[in-house]
Design a protein around this ligand. Structure first.
Ligand code: GLU
Length: 452
């Protein structure tokens, strides 16, 4: 990510060069910054006041970064020390908001790329939420419930002092689901002696959680794909869909694809993918991944219409729509070339930055509709903001009402990105559109609030 940028205001090249120099060992963070800086060049041309007040220089530097030790003892009495992170990127639009990821690949670069993306994603939802992200290099796989609980408690023993419903509101991400959120929330309550519902989202619906939060990211990605297709006069009806991943996002993307008349045929994990021409059985997938927590090959062992392909990704399967919903950089230029050759019509990112820059360019050059994660997966965090609203007002909204709100938010997110792209002369480019619309909102707020 060191190539020179062309045809952009000098500030873009200067800021990117300084980001590379100051953060030399953070390739994912550099990748995320590069994409945003290139996309917002037309906004900076149109708004010299953003350049003069150093908006971009300030945005690429997190407001605060917290790195801490997380010691814990396993069931056999052995001591482990993990590293914990919380990067509080921007609070200009609201409290820092973004998930926690527990995965061995987590490092400062990963947390910063996620936190940086979150600023613009959250702005694009139109809600009052800033951007942040956190997590740990802890690997929950194969750990007992008691070990998970002890880890979460140790993690919160440090992080609690930096959180609060008006300060910083975490949620889940990879490796952090209902179980972990329960333990993390419980420890916060114990330490602070406050039942502060709005300090965490993704809570269980019995104790302050919002209906549809669990489903929201996956549902939202499918709604976003539906909106993109509608612009071209197409629908999801009868479309074959490849989904990667088998976590929360993938499962509910598959479920919503079925409901809207499409045929989802794949799912994956780090060992390989399954293809099921009869369509993915959501109940079986949930049972295997959320209850039994086993490898995806087990799906093919239990269902005759499916086969397991070891060590590969689902992008070699012929489909109309691809929903990468696993993790960053999981769909590269070769995958994009294969999807395009097989006639893919639309790609919507359920995960954060799953498509490499070369693959994004290949889709756009081929005229494939491409919905970047900042827009396409914004339904999760948008529903988190709905959870915060319900907590603040001590209300509970029904599932149907909440889903209708999510549906409307995804339409607004789509339209904001679509309109911004057209305004800046990049009609149909949702990457430029999402970044520009999100950035505009953040930049205006930063300008109004002074040099902070
Ligand atoms: N981790 C999710 C994301 O990437 C959700 C964050 C949240 O709900 O705060 O947007």
């Amino acid at each position: 990510m060191t190539e020179t940028l062309l045809a952009v205001p000098p500030v873009v090249n200067d800021v990117f060069a300084s980001v590379v120099a100051r953060n030399p060992h953070e390739p994912e963070f550099q990748q995320a910054v590069h994409e945003v800086l290139v996309s917002i060049a037309p906004v900076l041309e149109a708004h010299p006041e953003f350049v003069e007040s150093g908006i971009v220089e300030r945005l690429v530097e997190p407001e605060r970064q917290i790195i801490f030790r997380v010691p814990w003892v396993d069931d056999a009495g052995r001591l482990h020390v993990n590293r914990g992170f919380r990067v509080q990127f921007s609070s200009v639009l609201g409290p820092y908001k973004g998930g926690l990821r527990f995965h061995p690949s987590v490092n400062l670069s990963i947390v910063k790329f996620l936190g940086f993306e979150q600023i613009f994603k959250n702005a694009l939802t139109g809600q009052g939420i800033g951007g942040g992200k956190g997590g740990s290099d802890f690997d929950p796989h194969g750990r007992s419930d008691a070990e998970i609980m002890r880890f979460c408690q140790s993690f919160m023993n440090e992080l609690y002092r930096h959180l609060g419903e008006h300060t910083d509101v975490p949620a889940g991400d990879i490796g952090v689901g209902a179980r972990e959120i329960g333990y993390l929330f419980g420890q916060y309550r114990k330490i602070t002696n406050r039942h502060e519902s709005g300090m965490f989202t993704g809570k269980g619906v019995q104790w302050g959680g919002a209906e549809v939060r669990t489903e929201a990211t996956g549902y939202g990605a499918v709604f976003f794909a539906e909106e993109m297709l509608a612009v071209r006069g197409e629908s999801l009806e009868g479309k074959r869909i490849a989904v990667s991943g088998s976590g929360n996002v993938a499962i509910y993307a598959i479920a919503k694809a079925w409901q809207l008349g499409a045929l989802p045929v794949t799912a994956s994990d780090s060992s390989g993918y399954i293809v099921d021409d009869a369509g993915i059985d959501v109940d079986l997938l949930r049972q295997l991944k959320e209850v039994e927590r086993v490898r995806i090959s087990e799906y093919a062992a239990r269902r005759s219409s499916a086969r397991f392909v070891e060590g590969a990704r689902p992008w070699e399967v012929a489909v109309d729509i691809a929903l990468p919903s696993a993790t960053q950089n999981e769909l590269d230029i070769d995958d994009a070339t294969a999807l395009i050759a097989n006639g893919v019509r639309a790609v919507a990112e359920g995960a954060n930055m799953p498509t490499t820059p070369g693959a994004v360019a290949a889709f756009q050059d081929a005229g494939v509709l491409f919905g970047p994660g900042k827009a396409a997966n914004a339904g999760g965090v948008a529903t988190s903001a709905l959870e915060m609203s319900q907590n603040a007002s001590r209300q509970r909204w029904s599932f149907d009402d909440s889903e209708a709100k999510l549906r409307q938010i995804m339409k607004n997110v789509h339209d904001s990105a679509f309109d911004a792209a057209a305004r800046y002369g990049y009609a149909g480019d949702y990457v430029v559109g999402a970044n520009s619309a999100g950035f505009e909102r953040v930049a205006h707020a930063m300008l109004a609030q002074g040099v902070i």
